[in-house]
Structures are given as C-alpha cells and as structure tokens.
Design a protein around this ligand. Structure first.
Ligand SMILES: Cc1cc2nc3c(=O)[nH]c(=O)nc-3n(C[C@H](O)[C@H](O)[C@H](O)COP(=O)(O)O)c2cc1C
Length: 315
C-alpha cells in the first residue's frame, strides 16, 4: 500500500476502529491524525454516568477500537504499538516488508452483538481452544449448566432486578434508544429499534412502550431465555481497576470477539453483574476469581442479523 499517504491510511484504519462495540453504542471516542500517529481520546460527553460511573466500560470500548485499528494496520502492512499517557492513546506505525495477513481483519466489519436467543447448539471444545488462546489469561470460560455458569445466570438475574428498579438507569438507557429511521439518522449511534427487533414508532410512543417493558420480571424472562440457549459464558477480568488495564482488556475482548466472528459463532453481552459494585464483589468471590470481573459475554450459535448498529461519521 505504498501509494497511500499516512493521512489516507489513517482514515482507512479509523474506519475500522469505529466498528468496535461500545456500551449502549455510545461510541465514546475521538480520533486525531498527526504526521505519523493516530491519537485516540475518550469522549466524556458520551459517558454513561449511571451504568458506568467509573468509566470502565468507556475505556474498554476504547481498547476494542484500538484493537480494530491495530488489526487493520497489520492488514495494510504496518506493525503498530501504543502508549497511554495523559488520558490519550498514542498509536505508532511501522511499515513492514512482509507483514503477515491478519485472519481477523475480515471479521472486523462482520462482528456484531447478537440480539435475542441463540439456537441452543453447543460449541465443541477444540473450537473454543482456537478462540481462547494462552494469551487470554484473564478470561474465564465456563460451559452452560456448570455450577459457575449457574452463578453467572443468578447474578444476571439479580442485576436485572436492581437495574430495572432504578429510575436513573432506565432513564439513561431510554435516552440511548432510537425509535425510528429519522431518529437513527439524527445521531447514528445508540440502541436502534431495528437492531433490537422492535417496530418503528414515533419517539414519544416508543419511550412509553419501552418504559412499560423495562421491569425486572420482563427483563429476567428475556435473559432467562437467552441464558438457556447459550453454549458457554466468558468472564473477562482485570487485576486492578486502572484506565490502562481497561484499555488492555478491551483489546483482549475485541480479539476474542473477532475470533468468535471468524469461527461463525455468536455472542451477546450481559454485563449487569460487573456494573453493580455489590454484585461485582459477589461474582468475583463466588466464582473464585483472582481478578475483578469487568465484562461478561454469552457464546453460542445464532443467525446473522438483518440490521447492524449504525456508526457516526468521525471525519
Ligand atoms: C464494555 C461493553 C459493555 C456492554 N454491555 C452490554 C450489556 O450489558 N448488554 C447488552 O445488550 N449489550 C452490551 N454491550 C454491547 C453494545 O450494546 C453494542 O456493542 C453496541 O450496541 C453496538 O452494537 P454492535 O456490537 O452490534 O456493533 C456492551 C458493549 C461493551 C463494549
């Protein structure tokens, strides 16, 4: 790709970075291109004050975007490294003569968070080994039905009961929902009706209807169904809660998600037990985890989505 200027290359790499997952699809990042670096900064205007008061999920999302950027760079013939200082991620690039093709590159634009139940199929152990490589030392993978999985499901249920009884949590969640096409086009972010499988409605009506369904009983019924159809659960953890560690965890998480995608598997998030401090501590202790649980996902098989979550234009 010698004919590309650094500016052109950087814009291409950023177009892959923004495909990363983020809490409520808030896309809490900004990008700056210098002569030879890309700088990723948190956008605190997008912070989720209620569900993510410590900004942990925000920095994990930045780590996911960073991993996409670096995976795409490999594809375009560049090795890269990064430094996190003074609240920003500085990414450096080094051109390689024979950079290996990164098999995960194609998965970047295909990756999506599965919505709804899985098919119920069980992932074979050898396939899981390809996904959970040795570098994933901070990932605990447990099979559905095992005692550890039962603990995770119980914590998800307790989390729903707490969050769905919390007016501030529900208000924040609804503020990130997009109820019709025009509403999506206004922001290109958030949790969209078509991705979630709802019919389009005018904003006020949508808010009213969603408000009626956001209660512990309804949410637990939905999550019980999804949990029962999952093959495995994975818990990602950090040794200490620092911004650096959350970014590194985001990189590990995104690599894991890209591998899942490349293998034709599906996943969804269920982060309630990590988000509520009391449940976080109980989950850590009941699962005998050394580190702090930070992200929980379910794994399984699922159909391709009809709609993908939108992304903002960052240029
Ligand atoms: C750190 C983090 C936590 C998340 N937590 C949840 C969650 O608890 N429940 C959920 O349904 N989705 C969760 N998501 C998924 C986002 O909603 C999703 O990434 C976003 O809507 C964009 O959709 P996509 O992943 O299909 O591109 C989380 C994502 C991240 C990065």
């Amino acid at each position: 790709m010698e004919h590309l200027s650094f500016l052109e290359l950087a814009k291409i790499l950023i177009s892959f970075a923004i495909c990363a997952p983020s809490g409520h699809n808030s896309q809490p990042w900004t990008f700056q291109i210098t002569e030879n670096q890309i700088i990723i900064s948190p956008d605190f205007n997008k912070r989720l004050e209620v569900v993510d008061g410590s900004n942990r999920e925000l920095f994990i999302s930045l780590g996911c975007a960073l991993q996409n950027l670096q995976t795409a760079a490999t594809h375009y013939g560049y090795n890269s490294d990064y430094v996190y200082k003074e609240g920003k991620i500085y990414v450096n690039f080094y051109q390689q003569d024979n950079c290996e093709e990164d098999t995960l590159f194609n998965a970047i634009k295909q990756r999506h968070t599965h919505r709804g139940e899985f098919t119920g199929g069980i992932i074979p152990d050898e396939l899981l080994q390809n996904i959970k490589t040795e570098e994933n030392t901070n990932v605990l993978v447990v099979k559905a039905g095992e005692p550890s999985a039962e603990i995770i499901c119980a914590k998800i249920s307790e989390g729903n009961t707490i969050q769905m009884s919390d007016t501030a949590f529900k208000r924040e969640l609804i503020s990130w929902m997009r109820f019709n096409k025009k509403h999506i086009e206004e922001t290109h972010n958030g949790l969209c009706y078509n991705v979630l499988g709802f019919p389009a409605t005018p904003k006020p009506l949508g808010k009213k209807i969603v408000g009626m369904f956001l209660n512990p009983k309804a949410q637990n019924k939905t999550d019980d169904g999804v949990n029962a159809s999952a093959s495995h659960f994975a818990v990602f953890s950090v040794k200490e809660n620092t911004e650096e560690n959350w970014i590194a965890l985001g990189k590990t998480l995104e690599t894991f998600l890209l591998r899942i995608t490349a293998e034709g598997l599906a996943y969804s998030f269920s982060n309630q037990p990590c988000e509520i401090p009391q449940l976080n501590a109980e989950t850590k202790s009941q699962l005998n985890m050394e580190y702090y649980p930070s992200v929980i996902i379910r794994l399984g098989y699922g159909a391709a989505p009809k709609h993908l979550a939108p992304r903002e234009n960052v240029f």
